[in-house]
Design a protein around this ligand. Structure first.
Ligand code: NAD
Length: 419
C-alpha cells in the first residue's frame, strides 16, 4: 500500500522515536497537531461571480516557541498535506536551534488561473479567517509554494487593519519596504548551497568537479542553482512544472534566471530558447546521470516507482518531503546520501527567525550580518547531524529526526502535560 505524505512523516517519527527510546506517550503527543483550522474563503472574481475556496492553518507544536510555517497555494493542497508540512516545521526548527514550533497553511486553488487582484482578495480574506489563531507571539506565517513577499504584504495589511496598527512581526518573508529582512528571499536556496558544499567537503569532492540537477526553478531551486553555479558546480539539468532543459556540459544559469524572472509572473522553462539545450521531462530529470540531485519542487517525487533509476550519489532535499519513507530505505541500502529537508532547506526559517527578531526590535541588520548568522547556524546543525549519523551509523535523516525529536520531547517533558 502506498503511504500518503503525512503517513510517511508519521512512520519516520515512529521509527526514530523507538530508536531513541522516547516515551510512547510523548511520541503520541508529537504525532498529533495541536490545532487544525479549516476555513471557507468566498472571493468575488473579476467577472463579479462568487467562488468559494477552502483554506487551512495547522499549528503542529508550540512546545519550543511560537508556531512558524509557510502558506502554500496549490490545487493539490489538502489538510493531510498541511499536517505533514506543519510536523516537519516543528522538527526543522528544532534541528536549526531556533525557538519556534511548527505550523503550515494553505489554500486549495490554482493561482495560475486567478488574476493578481483575485489572489489579493483571496489572501486578505484567508488572513481574516485565520486571524483568530495567528499572531506575532503565537503563529507567524511565511511564503511557500506559489506565495511570495507580495502575499505576505497582503496578510500583514489585513491583520494591521483589524488591529488598528501596523504589525510587522505577524509574517516573515515580507518585502524590505514592509519590514522584511535582507537575505530572506535567497535564504532557503543559500542554505541548500551551504549544506551541499558542506557535504561535498565531507566527501572530499570539489565543487568544480561536481554535476547537479535541480527539480523546481522557483524560490528554492532557482536561487540554489544560481549560488551553486557561482561556486563552480556544473548545473546540467533543471525543470519546473512545464518540464525543463538539459545540457551535460552545463547550463548558463544566470541567463536562464534572467529569462524566467524578467516577467511577473515568471515565465516557464519550456519557453526558454537556446540551441545548446535539449528538453527533459520531470520524470527524466530525476533519473539523469549526475553527482547531485536537488529536488526543490514538491513532496513525493522519489518513490518506490523510480528510486531504482536514481543515479545521483548525493540527494539534497530543497523541497519538503520529496523522498517517500519507503524510497528513503532503498536509498540508504544503496548508500546514497540524503541531506533531509529539515536540515537542507532550513535556511528559510532561520532567516525568517532573524526577520521576526529584527521586526520586534525595529532594528535591521545588514546583509553581511544576516548571511554570516545563517551560515553559522546551518553549518552548526549540519555538523551535529553529520556527527550523530557517524556515531549511530545511521542516515542523516535518521540523525536529524533523532536530534529534533529529543529536543521537542525534552520541552514537552520539562513543561509537563497541561494541566
Ligand atoms: P515556488 O512556488 O517558488 O517554486 C516551485 C517550483 O516548482 C516552480 O518552479 C514550479 O514550476 C515547480 N513545480 C511545481 N510542480 C512541479 C512538478 N510537479 N514537477 C516539477 N516542478 C514543479 O516554491 P518554493 O518556495 O521554491 O518551494 C519549493 C519547495 O521548497 C516546497 O516543497 C516548499 O515547501 C519548500 N520550501 C520552501 C521554502 C521557502 O522559503 N520558499 C523553505 C523551505 C522549504
Amino acid at each position: 500500500m502506498v503511504r500518503s505524505f503525512y503517513e510517511s512523516v508519521l512512520a519516520q517519527i515512529d521509527q526514530e522515536a523507538k530508536k531513541i527510546g522516547l516515551d510512547p506517550g510523548i511520541t503520541s503527543v508529537i504525532k498529533e497537531p495541536e490545532r487544525q483550522l479549516i476555513v471557507s474563503i468566498p472571493v468575488v472574481t473579476d467577472s463579479d461571480d462568487i467562488r468559494v475556496f477552502t483554506g487551512y492553518r495547522v499549528q503542529h507544536s508550540s512546545a519550543r516557541g511560537p508556531c512558524k510555517g509557510g502558506i502554500r497555494y496549490h490545487p493539490l493542497v489538502t489538510l493531510d498535506e498541511i499536517k505533514a508540512l506543519a510536523t516537519l516545521m516543528t522538527l526543522k526548527c528544532a534541528v536549526a536551534h531556533i525557538p519556534f514550533g511548527g505550523a503550515k497553511g494553505g489554500i486549495t486553488c490554482n493561482p495560475a488561473q486567478l488574476s493578481q487582484r483575485e489572489i489579493q482578495r483571496l489572501t486578505k480574506r484567508y488572513a481574516a479567517a485565520i486571524l483568530p489563531i495567528i499572531g506575532s507571539k503565537t503563529d507567524i506565517p511565511a511564503p511557500d509554494v506559489n506565495t511570495s513577499a507580495d502575499t505576505m504584504g497582503w496578510i500583514m495589511d489585513a491583520v494591521s487593519m483589524y488591529k488598528g496598527q501596523t504589525v510587522l512581526d505577524i509574517v516573515t518573508g515580507k518585502s524590505l519596504e514592509l519590514g522584511g529582512s535582507l537575505g530572506r528571499f535567497e535564504a532557503t536556496g543559500r542554505g541548500v548551497m551551504l549544506t551541499t558544499l558542506a557535504a561535498l567537503e565531507k566527501l572530499h569532492r570539489h565543487p568544480k568537479d561536481t554535476s547537479i540537477v535541480i527539480q523546481g526553478f522557483g524560490n528554492v531551486g532557482s536561487i540554489a542553482a544560481k549560488l551553486l553555479a557561482e561556486k563552480g558546480c556544473k548545473i546540467i539539468g533543471i525543470t519546473d512544472i512545464s518540464g525543463g532543459i538539459y545540457n551535460p556540459d552545463g547550463l548558463d544559469i544566470p541567463r536562464i534566471y534572467n529569462h524566467v524572472y524578467s516577467t511577473k509572473p515568471p515565465c516557464l522553462l519550456q519557453d526558454y530558447d537556446d540551441k545548446k539545450v535539449s528538453s527533459v521531462t520531470n520524470e527524466e530529470l530525476l533519473e539523469l546521470e549526475t553527482d547531485i540531485l536537488i529536488p526543490a519542487a514538491l513532496e513525493n517525487q522519489i518513490t518506490l516507482g523510480n528510486v531504482d533509476h536514481i543515479k545521483a550519489q548525493l540527494i539534497v532535499e530543497g523541497a519538503n518531503g520529496p523522498v517517500t519513507d519507503k524510497a528513503d530505505g532503498v536509498l540508504n541500502e544503496k548508500k546514497i546520501i540524503v541531506i533531509p529537508g529539515i536540515l537542507a532547506n532550513s535556511g528559510g526559517v532561520i532567516v525568517s527567525y532573524f526577520e521576526w527578531v529584527q521586526g520586534i526590535q525595529s532594528f535591521f541588520w545588514d546583509l553581511k550580518e544576516v548571511n554570516a548568522n545563517l551560515k553559522k547556524l546551518i553549518l552548526k546543525s549540519f555538523q551535529e547531524v553529520w556527527d550523530m549519523g557517524q556515531k549511530e551509523a545511521t542516515s542523516l535523516r535518521s540523525a536529524a529526526y533523532m536530534l529534533s525529536l529529543k529536543k521537542v520531547a525534552a520541552s514537552l517533558e520539562q513543561r509537563g502535560i497541561f494541566p
